[in-house]
Structure formats: structure tokens, C-alpha cells
Design a protein around this ligand. Structure first.
Ligand code: ARG
Length: 568
């Protein structure tokens, strides 16, 4: 059930009947006293028609009263303020939504999602956490709606650093022990590179060997990549990220396409030489002095760049993978890069006009001091260590609440709560802003946090234990009677509206805010509507509502990539 779409359809039909133009602008009400939904579009429509907005709103309401279908959907309609229409939904109307779950899209698309994409020369670090967590959530939502999602892990697996790394690897006798910590390995190689001329020269030769396809060099490179990738996969598995080896389509995968990118740019008259480099100049990329910022696609030494690879990737995604949409979950600092890539891709025909190329940027992760998140010594925080700490902190919390808990259960809870908290903290913020990583906030059992939602879920489970029924023994639907019941049912019915929003705009925080609202409404329902003490019909009805809330919470958390537990 898509409530917003349904309400919109009827209200806009009323607009038309009254010779009004414009959108109904239906939204969930900002406050309970405004009803469940509000239509904000009346003022603008009335203004365009040079009519009085409140009068127009009253006419629309009258029209909607005569719309048979619509009057079954709503229990009350009122004009408010300068011409808003507040709508209160009928309990009968939202009842079927209690058993709906996720609705499949009527227009399934092929969506390519580019996310995570760590640089394999180094250990995966906190800088890759946001893209990985946010991208994976949007992937889950799209898949649940029946879209065909193709994950593309555009890992950084090519470039001059690999010459240095492979030379260091063969000097250290191919000792893979050292590769257990890629961060140290990289640092050691870089130190040698900076200090030792002979090493530097051999590193350059290694790059040449690698680029010319020398089998020995390629073999070493592949070995290094495999080890580095297995470190990433451990993190993915631990965080329950849905990426696997099959999704890797790194920069190196496009090597054979790069010469073709240049010749296509030449054929479409987009290529210009500038100081020996091959560039594309597009009018829309002027800096503040009016000079066009070129997109460099081949350096004067013949080397290709990050941009060249991305142009090849766009072509691959549309032409070979058949993408309708391509989503890029990449740091906001790469915004100009993607604007340029998308514009050049469309101009040169690497992408048709049909395909939607979307950069979904996110801000930087900051420490509590407001500076980029680093270790106390100022070093990069390794993801593995961060996740260890999350589990440690969650275990301490759980143990403080249940001192007698068995070790196995403690570990399980620490994992679900600790990792869930890290993911939720990220997902629940608007991704475009920087966000402050704060252990105390994310592990709190109050407020918009994962533990709060997980706790709400476990409370529902224990309610069923005490009621000595299982949700399966109950009817799937019920018609709310009391107001807290109705408000809870209306919220459950809004689930698919929110999923659509996440799928369209790639903002998981809408889903988080929704689940938080749902848990909050459940709490007031639970406080105001006794369940176990109430008599047959009422008891059953309330249990059905509780069960549907539990299912929606679990499904919603699952779409965020977060687990639930029956007891906490
Ligand atoms: N490896 C890059 C980085 O760490 C991100 C790649 C994003 N995807 C892309 N198609 N450029 O910054």
C-alpha cells in the first residue's frame, strides 16, 4: 500500500475538477494534532488561480467528501492554517497494510550500484565505512522491491603504488606474514621508496612490467590483490555487507577499454591536447575566473587516469550490464569528478540520454572533537579494530544489565548490538553532512539508536512469550479501535512510502526516522492499551498490532543490514 500515492491521486483529481493546477504535495503530518497526512499544495494552486486558499481548500474537501473511494480512506478532513488540508485516515482503510510487508515495484529496473570500493594498496579504513554501510542498505531496499541490482565494487587495484608494493614484497622474500597488516606493509614500502634510489628505480620498472602484461609481475600483483581483498571480505562478512568476490569489478578490469575511450572521444571531437595531455573541455565546467576546468583522460607520458577508467565503467554499466540507473556512493569530495564524468559520458555517448547516472555523496566521519576521525596518535583507524571496540563496548553494556548472562549469548548480543549501533549511527544521519562518531550516543538505549529499536523488538517478542501465543496463530489483520491503536496502524501502513523514498533518493535516514517513529508509537500504544490483561477480542486485536509492528521493525532493520535478538 502506497498511501501517499493514493491520497495524491484523489486530491489531484479534485484539483482538476476545480480547475486548479499543481501538485497536492502530500506528506506525513508533522505533528499528531495535524492528523496523519497533510496536503500542502493547495496554497500554491489557489495562488496560481488567484483564489482564496482557505476557500479553495474547503471546496476540495467538499469535493473529496463526494468521492466515494476517498471518503472510505479518510475518517476526517480539515482546513488548517493558511490552507493546508489535514487528513486523518480510517482504521478500516489501513487494516490490510498490517500484513502487506514490502510491496514489489510495478516498474522493476536494472540498477547498478557502485559502493565500498576501497583502495587495495592499503588496509580498509574508516573512510570506507560510510559508502559500504549506506550503499548496502540502498541495495537491500532496491532488491526487496524487486529491482535487479548489480553490485559493482570498483576497488582501487591499479596504479603506480603497486610497483612499489610488489618490489617490497619480492625484496622481503615474498613473506606473506608481513601482509597480515597491510597498513604497516604499505608504510614500510613507502619508507623504502622515499629513502632508497635503487628501490625507487626498481619500483618504476615493476610498474612498466605490470602495465606491459609481464606474466611474473601480473602473478605477484594478483597475489597481493587476493590477500588485500580477503581482508576486505572479512570486514564485509563481519558487518553483514552483501558484497562478495563476484561483485569486484576493479579499476584494472577496464585496462583494455581505455584506448577505446580515447578514440571515442577523438571521434566525437571532444578531445583536445593541452600541454601534452589529452583533455576534454566542456563549457559547463568553468572556474570562477571563467576558465574551463578540463577533464584529463591521458597524461603526457601516455598514462590513463581515474577519470578515464570511470568513463569506461559508465559504458560497461549501461551497454553490457543494461543499467537503467547507476548509483555511485562516493565521498562528497569527488562531486566535481562525477559531474564531469557524467557530462562527458553523455556528450561522447558512453551513456545514452535514457540512463540515470546519480552520484550519492556523503560527508566525512568526524571524531567527537569535530576533526576527521583518527586514532589518539593521529593515525588511520582500522575498521577491524573499530568493530572490535564496538563489540567490547556492547558486551560491557549487556553484562551490566544481565550479570548472569552465559558467555555464548553475551557474545551473540555484543555482536548484534555493537555492530548494529555502528551501522545505525551512520545510516540514521543525513548522509550529505559530516557526521560525528560518538560511542556513547550510538550505544544508548534511548533515542534514535539501534539498541532502542532492537530493544523495542525484543519487548514484542517477550510479550508473545508471556501471551503464550505465536504470531502465526493470530489473524494477519485487524481494524484498530482505540486511537493509539489506529495511530500505530497508520504508521505501519506508511512503510512502503518510506521504502520508495529510500529507493528513489538513496537516503537511509528516512527509514531510520520511520522505524524510530514506529517504535515510539508502539511505546505509547503499549502504555495506553493493556494487552495481556484485556479480554478476548481486544486482546487479539492488540496482539495482531504488536505482531505487525514486530515484523515491520525486523524487516526495516534487516533492510538497514541490522539484526534483531529475541531477548536483550
Ligand atoms: N577507490 C575510490 C576511493 O577510494 C572510490 C571509487 C568510487 N567509484 C568510482 N567509480 N569512482 O576513493
Amino acid at each position: 500500500m502506497h498511501i501517499k500515492a493514493l491520497l495524491t491521486e484523489h486530491i489531484e483529481a479534485a484539483f482538476e475538477a476545480l480547475n486548479l493546477t499543481g501538485a497536492a504535495m502530500v506528506q506525513a503530518a508533522s505533528r499528531p494534532e495535524f492528523g496523519d497526512y497533510q496536503a500542502n499544495g493547495v496554497m500554491a494552486a489557489a495562488k496560481r488561480a488567484q483564489r482564496n486558499p482557505r476557500e479553495v481548500a474547503a471546496q476540495i474537501i467538499e469535493h473529496l467528501h463526494n468521492d466515494n473511494k476517498f471518503s472510505k480512506m479518510v475518517a476526517a478532513m480539515d482546513v488548517a492554517g493558511p490552507g493546508f488540508i489535514n487528513l486523518t485516515l480510517a482504521a478500516e482503510f489501513v487494516a490490510p497494510a498490517l500484513s502487506t510487508g514490502v510491496v514489489s515495484s510495478t516498474e522493476p529496473l536494472v540498477v547498478v550500484v557502485d559502493y565500498s570500493a576501497p583502495n587495495l594498496a592499503k588496509e580498509m579504513h574508516v573512510g570506507h565505512l560510510r559508502t559500504t554501510i549506506i550503499g548496502d542498505c540502498v541495495v537491500r531496499v532496491l532488491e526487496a522491491q524487486g529491482h535487479k541490482v548489480i553490485r559493482q565494487n570498483h576497488v582501487g587495484d591499479w596504479g603506480t603504488q603497486f610497483g612499489m608494493l610488489l618490489t617490497y614484497l619480492s625484496d622481503s622474500g615474498n613473506d606473506s606474514e608481513e601482509l597480515a597488516d597491510l597498513e604497516n606493509f604499505y608504510r614500510a614500502a613507502k619508507q623504502r621508496f622515499d629513502a632508497d634510489d635503487d628501490f625507487r628505480e626498481r619500483s618504476r620498472q615493476a610498474v612498466v612490467a605490470l602495465q606491459s602484461g609481464d606474466p611474473g609481475a601480473l602473478h605477484q600483483w594478483q597475489r597481493f590483490i587476493d590477500i588485500s581483498m580477503s581482508h576486505c571480505q572479512q570486514i564485509y562478512d563481519r558487518l553483514d555487507i552483501t558484497l562478495s568476490a563476484a561483485d569486484i569489478m576493479g579499476e584494472s578490469a577496464y585496462n583494455d577499454d581505455l584506448a577505446g575511450v580515447i578514440s571515442t572521444l577523438e571521434d566525437t571531437n571532444l578531445l583536445q591536447q593541452s600541454e601534452g595531455a589529452a583533455c576534454v573541455f566542456l563549457d559547463q565546467f568553468k572556474n570562477k575566473d571563467g576558465e574551463i576546468q578540463p577533464v584529463i583522460v591521458r597524461k603526457s607520458d601516455g598514462g590513463y587516469l581515474y577519470a578515464t577508467t570511470d568513463l569506461a565503467a559508465v559504458a560497461h554499466r549501461e551497454k553490457r550490464l543494461g543499467a537503467d540507473r547507476v548509483l555511485y556512493f562516493v565521498d562528497a569530495r569527488q562531486s566535481l569528478h562525477f559531474k564531469q564524468i557524467f557530462a562527458v559520458a553523455k556528450a561522447a555517448g558512453f551513456a545514452s540520454e535514457r540512463v540515470q547516472l546519480e552520484h550519492l555523496p556523503f560527508g566525512t566521519m568526524l571524531g567527537k572533537d569535530g576533526k576527521p576521525f583518527k586514532t589518539r596518535q593521529g593515525g588511520i583507524i582500522k575498521l577491524a579494530e573499530l568493530l572490535d571496540e564496538a563489540e567490547r563496548r556492547a558486551a560491557a553494556l549487556v553484562q551490566a544489565k544481565n550479570p548472569d548472562i552465559a558467555t555464548v549469548e553475551l557474545q551473540k548480543l555484543a555482536q548484534v548490538i555493537g555492530l548494529g549501533a555502528v551501522k545505525y549511527a551512520d545510516l540514521s544521519k543525513n548522509r550529505t553532512s559530516d557526521y560525528v562518531f560518538d560511542w556513547d550516543q550510538m550505544l544508548s538505549f534511548d533515542g534514535n539508536t539501534a539498541p532502542y529499536l532492537q530493544y523495542a523488538y525484543s519487548r514484542i517478542r517477550s510479550l508473545f512469550d508471556r501471551a503464550a501465543v505465536t504470531p502465526e496463530q493470530l489473524p494477519t489483520e485487524t481494524v484498530a479501535v482505540d486511537e493509539p491503536e489506529r495511530r500505530l496502524a497508520v504508521c505501519i501502513a506508511g512503510f512502503n512510502d518510506v521504502l520508495n523514498q529510500v529507493a528513489d533518493e538513496g537516503f537511509p535516514h528516512y527509514l531510520c526516522a520511520y522505524l524510530y517513529e514506529l517504535a515510539t508509537r508502539f511505546t505509547s500504544f503499549y502504555e495506553q492499551c493493556p494487552i495481556l490483561q484485556s479480554a478476548d477480542e481486544q486482546r487479539e486485536r492488540r496482539l495482531v498490532l504488536a505482531s505487525s509492528t514486530g515484523k515491520t521493525l525486523a524487516t526495516g532493520l534487516d533492510l538497514l543490514g541490522i539484526g534483531v535478538v529475541d531477548r536483550m
